[in-house]
Design a binder for this molecule. Structure first.
Ligand SMILES: Cc1ncc(COP(=O)(O)O)c(C=O)c1O
Length: 418
């Protein structure tokens, strides 16, 4: 987990005091340090590309903030997208549509038409999707997502690559898909798999590389298609806890690229990191509004909750927390950090020692750059909060907090109800 610099006991984000940011933009607010996004992108791209030409397709489901996307576009990133909304958001951030690989599941014909119109690449997830796409056009390059029989991830809800998964085409039918695509007149040049999200061991990446290389060889032998690239997906875990060891990216990259070089004649690798690129670049700042001693439990109540950051309630995920205005004070007691949502599961952090929290203190939730704002919602009719980016030592608003009117902007009351 990344530690933050401090000055006079206050957390600094990209050199700017967290307390100033909260004062200027209000709370809750997500704050991203642009330098860290750049650093993470370069580190994962470099780790692989040193050994084998590698495209990074940033998995934008992790964070679709336009400023983050634009920064990554300038770094030369490609994109992994899962909806037409993500594709068009990336185009808005000036990504060349040709650099966007769309990997959807249960994709409708109308979505495929919109994707083709947008000009992105389609990675096919099922045999039916292939046939339906062929009825629209065969004049596009294709790739397929295979279910590799390898699963990884921080929990069962995010493991996608195991046998029987809803994602991808089963291994024993994938070669047939390349033959069928050939017959239909498509040009097929790649093969993709994704094992899951947030895993912290390197073995699944090596295993999936073997699976993809073997399949690429089989496709060449049986169908005569020589693939240009394979894509091992994303899922590179990051440490959420202090002192938790990080994935050894260099070891992972060397192992995976060795497999690809030794076991196949594929010349290019693609990877799809989401979490790795953005997770530790962002903190969520929330104001402490109430401190309650409920007998067996003590609570710090803040102005954010499971609507702002869903991961703790959805996955039981751990996010480190600290008081951004009391960084060096001794911690005295244990608290649960809870939000404003009317659910007892609305707990951002359980049993954390904090330095005498008081109303008005500023809570920082660490590692809030991935699957955090992008999963936020308006439950309990609380509009989504603002996002800020610190760039060149200046904090700038990149998304305004939603106005309360947004809650009913798209609703209508039928005339019959008066
Ligand atoms: C196809 C695909 N690629 C990449 C990713 C990114 O995973 P992560 O953010 O763990 O790197 C996901 C996440 O769900 C995915 O489904």
């Amino acid at each position: 987990m990344r530690e933050y610099d401090t000055k006079d006991g206050v957390m600094l984000i990209g050199g700017v005091p967290a307390t100033d940011i909260a004062e200027e933009f209000g709370t809750p607010v997500y704050v991203t340090d642009a330098d860290l996004v750049r650093e993470n992108y370069r580190s994962i791209h470099g780790a692989f590309n040193r050994h084998l030409p590698t495209r990074v397709h940033y998995a934008c489901k992790a964070n679709t903030n336009l400023a983050v996307l634009r920064l990554l576009q300038k770094e030369g990133s490609h994109i992994d997208a899962v909806s037409i909304g993500e594709v068009l958001t990336c185009v808005k951030a000036r990504f060349d549509p040709g650099k966007i690989l769309y990997t959807g599941t249960n994709v409708t014909d109308s979505e495929m038409e919109a994707l083709l119109e947008a000009g992105c690449r389609i990675n096919v997830d099922s045999e039916s999707q292939l046939e339906r796409l062929a009825r629209i056009t065969t004049d596009v390059p294709l790739s397929f997502r295979v279910t590799p029989g390898v699963a990884s991830g921080h929990g069962a809800k995010v493991m996608t690559g195991g046998k029987g998964s809803k994602f991808g085409i089963p291994m024993d039918r994938i070669v047939g898909c390349y033959a069928r695509a050939n017959e239909l007149g498509f040009r097929v040049d790649g093969l993709h798999a994704h094992t899951g999200s947030g895993g912290n061991s390197i073995e699944p990446f090596i295993d999936v590389a073997y699976v993809l290389c073997d399949l690429a060889n089989e496709i060449e032998d049986k169908v005569g298609i020589k693939l240009d690239w394979i894509d091992i997906g994303g899922g590179f875990g990051v440490p959420y806890r202090p002192h938790e060891p990080a994935l050894d990216l260099d070891e992972l990259a060397i192992a995976v690229t060795n497999v690809v070089k030794e076991e196949s004649s594929v010349g290019e690798l693609a990877i799809e990191p989401g979490r790795y690129v953005v997770c530790d670049t962002t903190v969520l700042l929330a104001r402490c509004v109430d401190v309650k001693d409920a007998g067996p439990k003590k609570y710090v109540g803040v102005d954010a909750g499971m609507n702002t950051l869903m991961r703790p309630s959805l996955y039981d995920s751990y996010h480190h927390v600290a008081l951004a205005n009391k960084m060096h004070r001794a911690c005295v007691a244990k608290y649960d950090v809870v939000g404003q949502i009317c659910e007892s599961g609305d707990i951002l952090a359980r049993d954390r020692v904090l330095p005498d929290p008081r109303a008005g203190d500023l809570l920082a939730v660490y590692c809030a750059g991935a699957y955090s704002f992008s999963m936020s919602n308006e439950y309990n009719s609380r509009p989504r909060c603002a996002e800020v980016m610190v760039i060149d030592g200046r904090a700038e608003l990149t998304r305004a907090a939603e106005p309360i009117e947004d809650l009913w902007r798209h609703q209508t009351i039928p005339e019959a109800l008066g």
